[in-house]
Unconditional design. Structure first.
Length: 259
């Protein structure tokens, strides 16, 4: 066991468990292109909306509220993530056309943010909520289709596959730090330009760090459990080996005495 634990002598077992988890996560993220990451988000939005509609049909008030909150949260994070990572790339690498596309996308995002803000004051499951949600999702479908059919197919060849994967990773990371509610008065271009956005970002960073601490704690506990289990197993093997040796010596002594 101890030879296995000396693979990285400068790290403790706990550090190695956390490091291995981080590397696995990073590799999984780095495999996606920007197009794949954005499309995956779009599909998640549609799935959350479908789940909301199913809960509504069943009359499950708690479930429809949870799915409504999940949907709004995902849309808000996705929109701000695109504004921080994707649209600046379009402006930088696609010239005047990229600027026009980015401005058009930001304008559509603004409409969605205003509708999200209105939804905050409505009860999930009510006629007003469902009507506005249906309208917003129809707009989002059109917006998302434009990104998948026009924007991203233009951007990815311009930046190359490696830059696309790096942008996908930045996009995913950015979503962890942005506010979970997109206020319509907040700026839609980086960097954060108001105290309100800075405070929101600080709150999200704190929340993310708290989640990291929890995850690291779980990884440490798992690593310690593995280490303890291996130590017990090795101890049992040593004890068993000693018992076998002792029995062999006893038999040898008996044989000598008989001789």
């Amino acid at each position: 066991m101890f030879s296995r634990l000396r693979l990285l002598p400068h790290l403790t077992l706990n550090s190695r468990v956390t490091l291995a988890s981080s590397r696995t996560f990073a590799r999984a993220m780095s495999q996606k292109t920007l197009f794949e990451a954005i499309k995956e988000d779009h599909e998640e939005m549609y799935e959350y909306h479908d789940q909301y509609k199913r809960a509504h049909e069943k009359g499950d008030v708690d479930a429809q509220t949870r799915w409504a909150n999940q949907l709004r949260w995902e849309i808000a994070r996705h929109a701000v993530g695109e504004e921080i990572v994707v649209y600046p790339l379009m402006e930088k690498h696609l010239g005047e056309k990229g600027k026009k596309l980015a401005d058009h996308d930001r304008a559509e995002h603004q409409t969605v943010k205003e509708e999200l803000y209105k939804l905050e004051g409505l009860q999930p499951g009510s006629m007003e909520f469902d009507s506005l949600l249906t309208k917003m999702m129809a707009s989002l479908h059109h917006h998302n289709d434009d990104e998948e059919v026009e924007d991203l197919p233009l951007l990815e060849p311009a930046i190359g596959i490696q830059a696309s994967k790096e942008a996908a990773q930045s996009f995913k990371k950015t979503k962890k730090f942005v506010p979970t509610r997109a206020h319509p008065d907040a700026p839609n271009k980086p960097p954060y330009e108001t105290g309100q956005d800075a405070r929101c970002k600080s709150v999200e960073e704190k929340s993310f760090k708290e989640r990291e601490v929890i995850q690291e704690g779980e990884a440490i506990q798992e690593g310690e459990a593995i280490q303890e289990g291996e130590a017990i197993q090795e101890g049992e093997e040593i004890q068993e080996g000693e018992e076998i040796q002792e029995e062999r010596r006893f038999k040898e002594r008996e044989a000598i005495q008989e001789g």
